[in-house]
Design a protein around this ligand. Structure first.
Ligand code: BJ8
Length: 381
């Protein structure tokens, strides 16, 4: 099947985006690197700056990172830090500010070190999303971020600018959700591997109006192809949902392998996928209140309790008619590792579906072993 319109634009966006970042810098734009789904990008947009996700996704700089960080630390944290201190990530290199949150222990301690080298702002994340006091604390942290951006970049962030950013981001979320829903079809309209690349690329497109146009065209094109019977995926492929840690750094060894072994990834519940996109920011209340409510509700395992994750899984397993769940735990990620027990119980007992946990890192050393486990998992479905 020919690639849909604009597909390559997004699939290559991460690689090509740095030229656009450099151009944006030359035009006097400010760049803000972010590490986590909890960062309210709308406030950064409202400052006239460009937010870019700078989470490390390869083990290229792990050894450099291990000069300062313990070996037994989450690969995502080591990779992010390694790219930052070696200036090998152009996005971090061009960032005028980095924003992180006190999520897991490894990340927040890494930010302390990174703050010695880069202009870093850390938001203190309260960890009980159901508590009113937490909401007030988180709102105060969003206001602090706003004030820091205003001070560092010499701008004024008005209520109107935040509201406008909320509108643009909500529109983007709606489009991405429509794109995702193409995987609800049976067979899905595209491979999960390709979907992953497009979603990742959307983080690197600077012009959101242009991005919206391109996404609309791509969705239309995919729907037309599908209507003509042109789905690249076999109808018998087992429909897999991915949950757990972000999957960008294990795209080939987990997602691609699933799709080479008779499965198709129809839904990514994790931060790489639909988690952030599902819930819109309310447009009918004070914009800072709306941002606080939205971002505090992200169902990440660092929250306690984190009942939102099981509720979300419950909904997605049905909506995407999932055959099995693969839970990715990055090595030394304690919060996701502990939650894997409840997720397995829920998936097996409440949903009656098979469950596989894969604990891995960014190195290629376990590729063969993971392939064997995935093959067996899909075969027994
Ligand atoms: S909202 S998932 S992006 S914290 S995998 S660094 S938790 S030890 S990445 Fe995450 Fe934000 Fe949550 Fe999403 Fe720590 Fe675990 Fe590593 Fe993690």
């Amino acid at each position: 099947m020919n690639m849909p319109k604009n597909f390559e634009t997004f699939a290559e966006a991460r690689r090509n985006g740095f030229i656009k970042v450099k151009n944006a810098k030359d035009e006097g734009k400010k760049i803000v690197g972010t590490f986590c789904t909890f960062t309210p990008w709308e406030v950064i947009y409202a400052a006239g700056a460009i937010p870019i996700s700078v989470c490390g996704m390869s083990d290229e700089t792990t050894e450099d990172a291990e000069q300062h960080l313990p070996k037994n630390l989450c690969p995502l944290i080591k990779s992010s830090y390694g790219f930052a201190i070696t200036d090998k990530c152009p996005y971090i290199y061009f960032s005028d500010m980095l924003v992180g949150e006190t999520t897991c222990d490894g990340k927040k301690k890494m930010y302390e070190l990174l703050g010695q080298k880069k202009n870093m702002h850390v938001m203190q994340l309260p960890q009980n999303s159901q508590d009113k006091t937490s909401l007030e604390l988180w709102k105060a942290e969003i206001i602090k971020l706003k004030e820091r951006l205003e001070k560092d970049f010499g701008v004024e962030i008005t209520e109107e600018k935040i509201k406008e950013a909320i509108r643009i981001r909500n529109n983007e979320r709606e489009l991405l959700k429509e794109f995702y829903s193409l995987s609800k079809l049976n067979p899905p309209a595209l491979w999960g591997y390709d979907l992953h690349k497009v979603i990742d690329g959307s983080n690197f497109s600077m012009d959101k109006a242009l991005q919206a146009e391109q996404f609309t065209e791509m969705i239309k094109d995919l729907k037309e192809k599908y209507a003509r019977g042109e789905s690249p995926v076999n109808k018998d492929a087992k429909r897999i949902l991915i949950t757990g840690c972000p999957s960008g750094g294990v795209l080939d060894k987990v997602i691609k392998t699933i799709e080479e072994c008779g499965g198709v990834v129809v839904c990514l519940e994790n931060c790489t996928g639909i988690k952030e996109k599902y819930k819109l920011v309310r447009e009918d209340i004070d914009p800072i209140d709306a941002l606080a409510e939205k971002y505090l509700s992200v169902p990440c395992s660092v929250m306690s309790p984190n009942t939102g994750r099981l509720e979300f899984l419950d909904q997605l397993i049905d909506e995407y008619t999932v055959d099995g769940v693969v839970d990715i735990t990055l090595q030394a990620c304690h919060t996701y590792a502990v939650e894997s027990f409840s997720v397995k119980e829920f998936v097996n007992k409440e949903k009656g579906k098979p469950y596989l946990n894969i604990e891995t890192n960014y190195s290629p050393s376990d590729v063969g072993q993971i392939k064997t486990r995935i093959e067996a998992f899909i075969e027994m479905m």
